[in-house]
Design a protein around this ligand. Sequence first.
Ligand code: PMP
Length: 411
Amino acid sequence: DFADRIDAIRGDFPILEQRIGGRPLIYLDNGATTQMPDAVLDALAAHYRTDNANVHRGIHTLSERSTAAFERARRTVQRFVNAAESDEIVFTGGTTDAINMAARAWEERVGPGSTIAVTALEHHANLVPWQQLCKRTGARFEVIPLTPQGDIDLEALETVLRSQKVSLVAVAHVSNVLGSVNPVREIAAMAHERGTCVLVDAAQSVRHEIVNVQDADCDFLCFSGHKMLGPAGIGVLYGKRELLAELSPVRFGGEMVDKVSFAETTFEKPPLRFEAGTPNYPGAIALAAAIGYIESAGRDKIASYEHELTAYAERALGSIDGLHVLGDPARRAGCLSFTVDDVHPFDLATFMDKQGVALRSGNQCAQPLLHEVYGVQNVTRLSPAFYNTHVEIDSCVELLGRTVALLRAAR
Ligand code: PMP
């Protein structure tokens, strides 16, 4: 069972073995970034030590090794998200980079009279690029509201799809604030019925939900390596083959071209067409190692353990008077965001840090959701990973309870 292996698993993550403020570190900010196991750090170092060279350029041995490892990583990612072909995997700098690329490429497809729809729970990364695209092109920017429970209002989405010419719906698989799993497959089916494309922001879900692009039938899917045990600076834009083939490149330079003259340039086929310049091949190779780690730990086991740990944390937080968790508990997967009456999230996170507990406080890069939907300025977020334990959750909640009491008394 997964819980029985937790000590061995924790042993794979050297960063967890340290004290902060004289206490053992309790790292519960995995929604922002996860930690890297030795297997990933070693893969990165090994590549730099023995195989490093630029990819796709040289015919010397190191370049061939480096290119082979990079393209192997692409196939590993393909398998991981169950894409039909490895050409559908474009390496990017992260989720934000991937969404910006998609939004730039989408510019040819929208204008006055067409609509881009996002949901009210999106991270800034899946909102601002589309909002700005609409400002540039004159397309309409439509926000799909949430139900009173905090779920995406599918009836409202249906109305928008029926009454407007919606070119694309951009939706998070798992909300980075509410932790809720959104019905992306159902949303894709609704959209496709009207000829609308769907982009799924899987930044918060790749680690602990099984992401399957063919099953979800999404047109694009984006995620970041650093939220799934990989390094920062690598991410993925998955796009359906026929869609990528139709889109023009958005960045220009080496590697993405076919023939270049002073007068004209022709471009490579996808995915290279979208990967101008030297890609982050060490990042891609390390991401493949992260996928290897996740798969050997067991994706479904990770998912169920993390769901259980999150539910456990939510129940435990119930003991703190005046603490309110945002969103629909029935859909919760990845994280918990909460407010505490009479306590500022920054004070709370600062005092918790002094006691070794890493929590996130702030607007969680979702200002419209917090300010305009929930009417709060900031929240505190607790986001467990599979290397966290029930004992850590207990300690965190106990320390939170004491800290809240202390901060209230000091008011
Ligand atoms: N979307 C969601 C749902 C996220 O949680 C995040 C990261 N917090 C992003 C997008 C952006 O990811 P990155 O910063 O790696 O580009």
